[in-house]
Design a protein around this ligand. Structure first.
Ligand SMILES: Nc1nc2c(ncn2[C@@H]2O[C@H](COP(=O)(O)OP(=O)(O)OP(=O)(O)O)[C@@H](O)[C@H]2O)c(=O)[nH]1
Ligand SMILES: [Mg+2]
Length: 394
C-alpha cells in the first residue's frame, strides 16, 4: 500500500490519481486477510471459540490453548483453514490482574483489528458494553456471541424443570436483544452458541453470516484506512491555516490603529472574507473543487452537499458568511482564549486589540465549521470511490 502516494495525490487534489492508486491497491488488498479480534471477559470461551470455528478440539495439534484458569496471555493469530481471508486473533481476557481495563486496549493493540467478536458467557457485563463502545468509537463493527449455551440450558432445567431447551434459548435471546436496544447499540447481531456443540443453537447461522460479512468487512477496512490517510492531510492543512490566522489578524489590528471611525470593521470584513475563501480552496470546499468531487461521484454539487450530515451553512453564498459569523460572534458569551493573546500583544491599544480579537475569533470560528465539512465530504468521497472499485472487482 503506497501510503505516501495517497497523501501526495490528495494533497494536490489529484482525484484521478487517487482513484488509480485505490484501484491498484484493491487488487492487492483482496489477498490480505481481515483481522478479526475475539475479545471479551476472561474465561468467556474465546480460545474455545477459535477452536470450534476452525473445526478443532482443544486437544488437537495447532489448537488454541483453553482452560478453566486464565489461559491466553498474548494475542495469537490463527488463520481459518478453509477461508484464508480470515485471520482470527485470540486475545487475552479482559479484567484480570494481568489485563486490567485501564491498559487492555494498548496491551492487545485494539486499533489494528478490522472486526470484533465480543464473547460473553453470561448475561452482558459492563466490560462487554465498554468493549462494544470502544469498537464503535473506532468506526468499526462487531457481533456479540453468547457462548456456553448448553450450560444455560442445563442450569435452567435444574431451576425450572418444566422449561424446554427452546424456552431457555428464547428467553436468553430476548434478554440480550432488550439489552442491546436499551444501550442503543445500532445494528448489532447476537448469536447464541455453544463451542462444544458447533452444529447446534445459532452456530451454523453464525458461520454463514460471518462468511457473507467478509467482503463487507474488508471494504470497510479499506475505506477506513484511506479515509484516515486523507484526513491527515486535512488536519495538517488546518494546522497551517490556524498558524496563519494570527498573521492575518495582526494585519487587521494594525489597520485598527488608524483613527478612522468605523474603518477597521470594514477592513476586517474584507480580510476575513478573503481568508475564508482561501480556507475553502485549501479544504477543497470552493465551488470548482466541490463540482469536481461531485462529478467523480456521479452526483451534482447539490446532491453532494445534501448528503452531508454536519452543519454546512458556510458552504452557502459567501456574502452571507460574515453576517452569520457576526451574529454568532455577538451572541456568544464568555471571555475568549484569544482575548488574552490579543491583550498580551496589544496592551493598551484598544482599537487594535479589539480588531485583533474579532478577526482571530471570526476566522477560528469559520475554520471550526469548515473542517468537519471537509472531513465529511472526504469520507463520502472515499466510501464511494472504494465501493465502486471494490465491488466491481469482486
Ligand atoms: N460448556 C461449554 N464450555 C465452554 C464453552 N466455551 C468455553 N468453555 C469452557 O470454558 C473454559 C474457558 O474457556 P477458554 O476458551 O479457555 O476461555 P478464554 O475466554 O479463552 O479464557 P482466557 O484466555 O483465560 O481469557 C474452558 O474450560 C472451556 O472448555 C462453551 O461454549 N460451552
Ligand atoms: Mg483464551
Amino acid at each position: 500500500m503506497e501510503i505516501e502516494s495517497y497523501k501526495k495525490a490528495y494533497e494536490k487534489g489529484d482525484i484521478l490519481k487517487l482513484k488509480r492508486h485505490v484501484e491498484e491497491d484493491i487488487t492487492k488488498w483482496r489477498n490480505v486477510p481481515v483481522n478479526i479480534a475475539i475479545t471479551g471477559n476472561s474465561g468467556a470461551g474465546k480460545s474455545s471459540f477459535i477452536n470450534s470455528f476452525r473445526g478443532l478440539k482443544a486437544n488437537c495439534e495447532g489448537a488454541a490453548k483453553v482452560g478453566v484458569e486464565e489461559t491466553t496471555i498474548l494475542p495469537t493469530k490463527y488463520v481459518h483453514p478453509v477461508n484464508d481471508n480470515l485471520a482470527l486473533w485470540d486475545l487475552p481476557g479482559l479484567g484480570t490482574q494481568n489485563f486490567p481495563k485501564r491498559t487492555y486496549l494498548q496491551d492487545v493493540k485494539f486499533d489494528k483489528y478490522d472486526f470484533f467478536l465480543i464473547i460473553t458467557a453470561t448475561r452482558f457485563t459492563e466490560n462487554d458494553l465498554w468493549l462494544a463502545k470502544e469498537v464503535e468509537k473506532r468506526g468499526k463493527k462487531f457481533f456479540f456471541i453468547r457462548s456456553k449455551m448448553s450450560i444455560d440450558v442445563q442450569n435452567d432445567l435444574y431451576d425450572n424443570p418444566k422449561n424446554s431447551k427452546d424456552d431457555t434459548v428464547s428467553r436468553v435471546r430476548e434478554a440480550m436483544e432488550n439489552y442491546i436496544e436499551k444501550e442503543e447499540l445500532t445494528n448489532v447481531k447476537v448469536f447464541l452458541i455453544d463451542n462444544h456443540c458447533p452444529c447446534d443453537y445459532d452456530y451454523p447461522d453464525f458461520l454463514d453470516k460471518m462468511i457473507d460479512a467478509v467482503p463487507q468487512i474488508k471494504h470497510e477496512a479499506i475505506t477506513l484506512t484511506v479515509t484516515h490517510l486523507t484526513e491527515k492531510v486535512i488536519k495538517k492543512k488546518e494546522d497551517l491555516m490556524r498558524e496563519r490566522m494570527y498573521k492575518v489578524a495582526i494585519c487587521s489590528a494594525v489597520e485598527g490603529i488608524l483613527p478612522l471611525p468605523g474603518m477597521n470593521i470594514v477592513v476586517d470584513a474584507v480580510l476575513i472574507q478573503n481568508e475564508i475563501n482561501f480556507y475553502k480552496k485549501q479544504l477543497r470546499l470552493d465551488d470548482a473543487s466541490l463540482q469536481e468531487i461531485a462529478r467523480s461521484m456521479n452526483k451534482t454539487t447539490d446532491e453532494l452537499t445534501a448528503s452531508i450530515n454536519v452543519e454546512k451553512g458556510l458552504l452557502k453564498d459567501p456574502a452571507k458568511i460574515l453576517v452569520q459569523i457576526m451574529k454568532e460572534h455577538f451572541t456568544r458569551k464568555g471571555a475568549s482564549f484569544f482575548a488574552s493573546v490579543a491583550f498580551s500583544i496589544f496592551g493598551g491599544l484598544t482599537a487594535a486589540g479589539t480588531s485583533y480579537m474579532r478577526t482571530v475569533d471570526f476566522l477560528s470560528n469559520s475554520l471550526d465549521k469548515l473542517v468537519p465539512i471537509a472531513i465529511e465530504i472526504n469520507r463520502l468521497f472515499i466510501q464511494e470511490l472504494t465501493s465502486s472499485t471494490f465491488l466491481s472487482k469482486l
